[in-house]
Design a protein around this ligand. Sequence first.
Ligand code: PRT
Ligand code: ZN
Length: 283
Amino acid sequence: MIRIAIQAKGRLNEDSVALLAEAGISIEESRRKLLSQSTDFPLEVLYLRDDDIPQAVAMGVADIGIVGLNEVEEKRQKVDIVHRLGFGKCRISLAIPKAEEYTGLEYFNGKKVATSYPVILSQFFAEKGIKADIHEIAGSVEIAPSVGMADAIFDIVSSGGTLVTNGLREVEKVIFSEAVLIAGPALSEEKKQILAQMLFRFESVERSRGMKYVLMNLPTEKIESAVKILPGMKSPTILPLAQEGWSSMHVVIGEKELWDKIEQLKAIGAEDILVLALEKMIR
Ligand code: PRT
Ligand code: ZN
């Protein structure tokens, strides 16, 4: 049995639960409970505030956790980052009132900067030789300049909409964050094995993201040209069709290059192209 800490509610909760579900790990519906069990995998889920997850994992209250890299960096707990999960992407940036002229990092010398991430910010300023006054506040950091509490802010940005609404301008992107899977420093062999099993499933889920399963009919003599259009793939699956001289080809193509590849395949004579969703890709 392994225990994972995930965010109880908030931006990372839904994607964390969805990732477990896609990995075939079902969890009892129990929004109000602190702890719930998986019905089909040796896993317990502990629901916490994201701020508490790094410490819970470092102390062994949970064995592993899903949390933003920003919280891991800020809390400085002894945990290992096992895997980047690709959701909850954001950055932590310095922003100033939009009418201010920005000349570079020296701007912040002697300025008061409001943030919920004082550890990350003080390290950044120390590395850059900037002497600013860091003012820690828990929430609504973005309003600090307009109410006269600070000259600038250091806060999470994703679309940038919140900054614009508050008359602020992003001037330095300091760290990039996404949800990460973390683990405590001293997992038992049994727990390490369960973690490896989970990782294998997560990786299969990730690999299949944005991939399509494509079937098409193709003159058999064109197979070689088709393989050239799809480099980087092991040989595609080819099945003979009842009609002499024709074959059916099955390949996996990334969504980003799908239309480009399909146009090229059509140009060499591919017909009846079917594009299907790909659920899992297991290696
Ligand atoms: O209750 P709990 O303490 O668990 O939750 P929380 O309120 O502290 O965190 P939550 O749920 O807001 O965010 C959890 C994690 O999501 C963060 O630690 C980040 O790793 C990640 N994340 C990704 C974000 C954002 N994107 C984000 N946009 N966290 C916060 N924001 C805020 C941002 O500060 C801004 O105020 O959302 C607002 C909108 O952003 P824009 O730029 O899109 O306007
Ligand atoms: Zn929080």
